[in-house]
Design a protein around this ligand. Sequence first.
Ligand code: CUA
Length: 341
Amino acid sequence: MTRRRLDPTRVRIILLLLGVLALASSCGWNLWDNPMTTVRPRSDFGQLIDGLFMLISWTTLVIFIAVEGALLYACWRFRDRPGAPIPRQIHGHTPLELSWTVAFALVLLVIGIPTIRIIFQTQEAPAATALNVDVLGHQWWWEFKYPGLNISTANELHLPVDQMVAFHLHGPDVIHSFWIPQLGGKRDVVPHRVNRITLTPQVPGEYPGQCAEYCGTSHANMRFRVIVHPKAEFEQWVKAQLAPPVQPTDALAQQGLDIFGKSACVGCHTITGISAGQIGPNLTHFASRHTFAGSLLPITPENLVSWVENPDHMKPGALMPNLGMTSDQAKALAAYLLTLK
Ligand code: CUA
């Protein structure tokens, strides 16, 4: 019995189709629904970049089709056939040379002029009415300070819709990059200089942000959430953030407060009226957030206990030390932190 040999052309076609299928299923069709998408802009900044992206994409698609079409036509029209003459040689054809030089200069103008215009538009100085937010990129979490409102929070950025926001980007340690894909950006956060990015969110909702510059062990875990509120809702949030922390009423949380006050926690964290540490996140309204540790972990009693017991295990490279607390102490501390609404 003879074995049939596989046709190499057929094998190649099957492999190619499988490759296309794998690519399509992994990323291709999910651009719109993906929360990290840049093709669904939700701010003026995002709209500008998206408009430019679309202009360049369509222009280059038309050029691609024209050039590949001409190439395929030439391959077919002048293919070698028995007895076919050598095609007419057009080397040094001045009108042709001129026409494609001018055509590509025009293409450069079509792409170049809007690009330069949008570079300037996205660098504009903020209006006097803009909400100022100081963004501090730390290894590996984000600190947001609202100087005009006297609010300091971490990993969760709250903004009012339809109001210009001026982000002032500070790098206390290494270079990071501030990026909220649906709102536009990104812009580097560089030590010893203050970069700025100004944008106006246009649609209320929740948008993920991510550090976009490799900055060490937990770079990938340096995320944040952006919540764009309707005006009145934002004002409520501001009011809640300005309120002093509530005194715990249950015994376990009270025990947690005692542990907090007597341990190294106070050296790094601020809780209004209790401590004034500046190294780690401000915890005054910790439980009003949904996530912690660079927005890596949802705020749950279990996650808090695991975090206090061994931060590095939860977020590799975390600068918060293991304070050697017992499981009961960690539980009490978690109960206290959860009262900080
Ligand atoms: Cu910070 Cu990457």
